[in-house]
Design a protein around this ligand. Sequence first.
Ligand SMILES: Cc1ncc(COP(=O)(O)O)c(C=O)c1O
Length: 380
Amino acid sequence: MFEPSLAVQRIVANSERPSRRPGPGVISLGSGDPDFETPEYIRQALVDAVAAGYTHYSDGQGDPELRAALAAIASQQAGSVITPEQVLVTHGGSAALTGAIVGVVNPGERVLIPEPTYSLYADLTRMIGADPVFIPQTVDFHLDLDAIEAEAAKGAKLLVLCHPCNPTGVIYRDDELQALGRMAQKHDFFVLADEAYDHIVFGGHPFTSTLAIEELRSRLIYCQTFSKTYAMTGWRIGYLVAPGPVTSAAARIHRTLIGPMNSALQRAALAAVTISSDWPERMRVEYEARRELVMELMADVPGVSIRPPDGAFYAFIRYEGNTPPTEVVSAALDSGVAIRGGTEYGPTGAGYVRVAFATDRKNLTEGLLRLRSVLAVVTS
Ligand SMILES: Cc1ncc(COP(=O)(O)O)c(C=O)c1O
């Protein structure tokens, strides 16, 4: 009888990440896959690249021109020079996270995870036999710096931060990030900052990239993806920026696991970041309208509350009562709407479900009406 490896077993035993997409007739408010098509100029760049012969193996660390463009963008954000050698182009943001975690952390070492947060971080940590240390965030889902300090003092290799945060929508303040940087220096750990949603910020809320936080600079592993900003989830391209030796370590893992990236795809990504376009902003404006719709449609459900997200395209919905989120998810699916349970994102997610507003307003409205009925029963 076949038994999957312990790595697989550790993930399966602990992860609530769904492995299947919802069936027909179900409105999906579960997945963070933008409903927008990838902008035309990026699609055309792929066609052009294939025609121009970008059909061979590419540089193992990523197309040099793309890395140069990404280094220039990162340098601008940081206000200091970041070189192309510090950039690794990856198979989506997911492989940037994988390269970073597997390249830096050893089995048995501790990875600090302020939660609720994106669930892949804990899965990857467990996959390699390291220990995720969940640290509940404050009531408004900001960093509990005292709790982080207490855990860091016991020893930690890495802390993982999602900024803006999926699922809470929180954007961390500069003073929190600066304090975190000082702590990372004091207790000698790295900070992996996943900024997948950095272009999706609402209401003019201030957002500072971790790249610009001087206190973090020497210990920062910055992970980014084209998936959300450019509606490119299916293309599978992202990148990381880190101190040179860390980038080399992540590159070795990425090369071992995946090999070089698709050549033509990287030329399309180069077009995405070098051709000026209002598409990312147009999509952001639409997400902002959808955010208002979610807040409006869920406002008067008794026993239900939402902290308006500052960024990303998720509403983390709190409901009263003791029903586990997995049961709410299942009841919602029976009513024709796919959502995600709060505990997928960490223990503090008990009493929450997550709704993605990455689908059009008509579907979103119908999905939320279905969810309202479910939550009315759950909280009664
Ligand atoms: C915070 C965060 N990071 C990374 C990813 C993965 O991105 P990609 O699709 O580029 O692998 C996601 C996808 O939902 C995400 O929400």
